[in-house]
Design a protein. Structure first.
Length: 235
């Protein structure tokens, strides 16, 4: 089922010599995990900003096919945890700012949060009163993902959310991310310039170059790709 359609989407900043995005046509299906692959300046992060309405296109249309506004909730996670977390507050205080629904007792809330965080990083369950800024990079990103999915969105946008981490921690967060996407049956679009991530995760690849679609790779094509072939396409 079609979830999202981009129809000739163009965005041109007044001071730029070329469009940031130029005539983007693409369709995202319900449940897709799309990898936006491109180098810096290719337009991948700009496209995500259009999808959560930080920018508006100069021309073209972005159409969500969800049946109700409630089902169109979008969550965004970037490499900078301060975009989605209050780093000078504790984990528990951050949780209280984003939780919804009827309030429970202080003890019940803390018990719920501790159990919930076990699924993201067992260390976090014992750090409810620790400031976010005192967590390791991997712990911060796991906690940011946990809060992002506390109320699972219809569309999850991930803008190079592991690029500031070391390779081992990045791999752990990517594995966790894919697990949660499958568990919550979400549609997801992730930006990266990492070829390993593009090959290993997601079911479709959309390659961007200088604001234009360079190549679309579906799941069957993706399974047949090697890193060497992807490098050739990437150049």
């Amino acid at each position: 089922m079609s979830f999202l359609t981009l129809n000739k989407v163009t965005l041109h900043f007044a001071t730029a010599h070329r469009p940031a995005l130029n005539q983007i046509d693409y369709e995202v299906q319900q449940g897709d995990f799309v990898i936006l692959l491109g180098s810096n300046g290719s337009g991948k992060s700009t496209l995500l900003k259009l999808l959560h309405e930080s920018h508006q296109p100069n021309s073209g249309e972005i159409h969500f096919h969800a049946k109700s506004s409630a089902s169109q909730r979008i969550a965004v996670l970037t490499q900078n945890c301060s975009d989605s977390l209050f780093t000078s507050l504790t984990l528990y205080e951050n949780y209280l700012l984003v939780k919804q629904g009827p309030s429970k007792s202080h003890r019940a809330e803390r018990t719920f949060l501790g159990k919930y965080l076990l699924g993201y990083n067992p260390n976090l369950a014992h750090k409810l009163d620790v400031l976010v800024e005192q967590l390791s990079g991997g712990e911060r990103q796991a906690f940011a993902l946990a809060l992002c999915l506390l109320h699972p969105p219809a569309l999850l946008l991930l803008d190079e959310h592991t690029s500031a981490l070391d390779p081992r921690t990045s791999e752990q967060i990517m594995q966790l991310t894919q697990k949660m996407i499958i568990q919550h049956k979400m549609t997801c679009i992730l930006t990266t310039h990492d070829l390993e991530i593009a090959l290993k995760y997601g079911n479709r690849i959309l390659m961007l170059r200088e604001g234009e679609v360079y190549k679309e790779i579906d799941n069957s094509e993706k399974q047949a790709l090697s890193k060497e072939l992807l490098v050739q396409l990437y150049q």
